[in-house]
Write a protein that binds this ligand. Structure first.
Ligand SMILES: [Zn+2]
Length: 90
């Protein structure tokens, strides 16, 4: 899934480029316009949207896949797949 992120600080999307991934393996972006880095959450629909936002949030807090799966009551494979999808889009 390709997304076109906007800078969270100045709203610019023309001068935003990928800037590696965070320790929680969330894609980071660098805005060349205001020189800020930020992370973008992947956009999913409806139910999945909420779950994956939660996963991203928990990953960014450094929680393990197993721990997140247990708390959300989902299969850990979903989280692995989510992380893998995010990696592919780098
Ligand atoms: Zn900016």
């Amino acid at each position: 899934m390709k997304i076109k992120p906007c800078c969270h600080y100045c709203g610019n999307s023309q001068h935003v480029r990928k800037h590696g991934v965070s320790r929680a393996r969330i894609q980071r972006y660098l805005c060349m316009s205001c020189n800020q880095t930020f992370q973008v959450r992947y956009i999913y629909h409806s139910y999945e949207s909420n779950v994956y936002q939660l996963i991203d949030k928990m990953l960014s807090e450094g929680q393990s896949h197993i721990s997140i799966a247990r708390q959300l009551g989902i299969d850990a494979i979903l989280i692995s797949r989510h992380v893998l999808n995010a990696d592919i889009d780098q």
